[in-house]
Ligand binder design. Structure first.
Ligand code: GLA
Length: 367
């Protein structure tokens, strides 16, 4: 009896320490409610996720002195996500990143997608998963409560073949990690590529160019001026793309390198070393002043580093205040851009009946 009482008590206590709370965030024009979920772990880390776009809207982590700030760009109001958001915190799919000219061939058939990043397709199109209101469920996992969001995308949506059901799960663990798991199934051969599009800023300052970055990678997929991979790899040795050791994002970003000129900064896919479909640590982002650090682990083969080169002019919720370029950085784990047209890249094809699974973990530390 005593044991049962004790067990109940621990369970209750755990529930108090690690929790997910649901509330209303807003309403879409079609009458659907957008919900917000507040995830807390036992150390006081807090994340907020909304059903619209499966979007992480806030993430509060401490600095060396224990001072917490929100380290991702986002909005408090739904209307701003609808009007202005450049994929802030969104779950991006069916295909994250670009597909050349919005065209690809699969099983002998040519598919045409929206070219919403002229002349290319970007991030699943203008009605992609990042712009859908997802179904939500709070679930129990071995690491505690998690939020599962599911989105059904019918055959032909945005030009992609197959009825696709995608589930993304967010768990804020007691080890101070945000674990994001993806699962997808289709009833026809299709292509998929999912990513998480948070814009991180670990200092709260107007630029992240003094943040240090390290990536376990010695190659990028070089791109043309529309940011489509040429098919060649560029070795990072002796280039501004060398982050094999911790280096400031801004140290070489303005060097006259053709790849940087094409993108206005970093907006490139690093080919991650040692890809074997298992979760492994791939990158670190660090702000030495506050001590905030993010460790990235993933099952994916690529990491798009985007330094917010097109952020300037994006409205914030402070009157008259607009964002600046390089005010945040995205760490987008993914398959390579344009894989459906590049047969030597890891495949993004998902067959009917197959289960797609991937996982990315952002771990928060102070150092
Ligand atoms: C991705 C792309 C960038 C940009 C942003 C959204 O990271 O690679 O070029 O389109 O999304 O603004």
């Amino acid at each position: 009896m005593l044991f049962i009482l004790q067990a109940d008590y621990i369970f209750l206590l755990n529930d108090l320490l690690m929790s997910i709370r649901k509330e209303k965030f807003g309403q879409l024009k079609n009458g659907e409610t957008v919900y917000q979920f507040i995830l807390k772990n036992k150390n006081g880390l807090m994340a907020k996720v909304i059903s619209y776009g499966g979007t992480l809207t806030e993430l509060w982590t401490p600095d060396r002195k224990g001072k917490r700030i929100n380290i991702v760009l986002g909005y408090q109001k739904l209307e701003n996500y609808l009007k202005h958001s450049p994929y802030f915190g969104a779950t991006v799919g069916r295909y994250a990143n670009r597909i050349a000219k919005g065209r690809f061939k699969l099983s002998g058939k040519t598919y045409r997608l929206a070219t919403n990043n002229s002349p290319n397709h970007l991030h699943g199109g203008p009605r992609g998963l990042a712009l859908q209101n997802w179904q939500t469920e709070i679930i129990k996992t071995s690491e505690g409560a998690a939020l599962a969001l599911t989105c059904f995308s019918p055959d032909g949506a945005e030009g992609f073949p197959g009825n696709l059901t995608t589930t993304v799960t967010y768990c804020l663990t007691d080890k101070n990690e945000l674990k994001i798991k993806y699962h997808a199934v289709t009833d026809q051969t299709t292509v998929v590529n999912f990513t998480h599009h948070s814009y991180f800023n670990l200092s709260g300052k107007e630029s992240v160019l003094d943040h240090l970055l390290a990536i376990k990678s010695d190659r990028i997929t070089s791109t043309d001026k529309t940011l489509i991979p040429t098919g060649n790899y560029l070795h990072v040795h002796n280039t501004p793309f060398d982050f094999r050791k911790l280096a400031p994002l801004g140290a070489r970003i303005f060097e006259p390198h053709l790849q940087l000129k094409n993108a206005g900064g970093y907006d490139h896919n690093w080919v991650l070393s040692g890809w074997n479909n298992r979760l492994r640590s791939v990158a670190v982002l660090y702000d030495s002043e506050s001590g905030r650090k993010i460790k990235v682990a993933t099952t994916e083969p690529g990491l798009q580093i985007y330094t917010g080169n097109f952020l300037a002019g994006t409205p914030t919720e402070k009157k008259g205040v607009k964002l600046k370029n390089y005010q945040a950085v995205c760490l987008e784990t993914q398959h390579f851009p344009d894989s459906p047209n590049q047969s030597h890249f890891p495949s993004t094809v998902l067959e009917a009946g197959e289960e797609f699974r991937s996982e990315t973990v952002y771990g928060f530390e102070v150092g």
